[in-house]
Design a protein around this ligand. Structure first.
Ligand SMILES: [Zn+2]
Length: 102
C-alpha cells in the first residue's frame, strides 16, 4: 500500500508538508523545578496535527539520554536541557527564530 499524504495528496516520500509545518511552529521551551529538587524541561507549541510528536519525543530522549513523556501535546523531559533541546529541534528542521526559551 502506498502511503499518501492527506494534506497534499503526494506520496509520503515526496511530501514536504511536515517540513513546511516545522518551520511554522512557535515553540516554547522552559525549565521547571519539580518535586525533590529535580528539573524538568518542557517543550510546548508543536502542533501534533502537523508533526509526529511521538517521534520528536523519542528522538529528544535518545539524543539527550534522559527520560521523558508526551502528555497533551507537551513534551516533558527529565533534567535541565533547554539549550540542547533547542539545538536538537533546529537539527530536526524547526526554525531557529521561532523557538524561544523562557
Ligand atoms: Zn503532504
Amino acid at each position: 500500500m502506498i502511503d499518501i499524504c492527506k494534506i497534499c495528496g503526494l506520496k509520503k516520500d515526496l511530501c514536504v508538508c511536515e517540513e513546511i509545518a516545522k518551520e511554522e511552529q512557535k515553540i516554547r521551551i522552559k525549565v521547571e523545578k519539580i518535586k525533590f529538587g529535580k528539573m524538568m524541561t518542557i517543550v510546548q507549541g508543536i502542533n501534533a496535527k502537523d508533526i509526529d510528536l511521538k517521534e520528536i519525543t523519542k528522538g529528544l530522549k535518545s539524543k539527550l539520554a534522559c527520560g521523558g513523556t508526551l502528555k497533551d501535546n507537551v513534551v516533558e523531559l527529565q533534567g535541565s536541557h533547554a539549550e540542547r533541546v533547542k539545538a536538537e529541534l533546529i537539527k530536526l528542521g524547526f526554525n531557529k527564530e521561532s523557538i524561544s526559551i523562557e
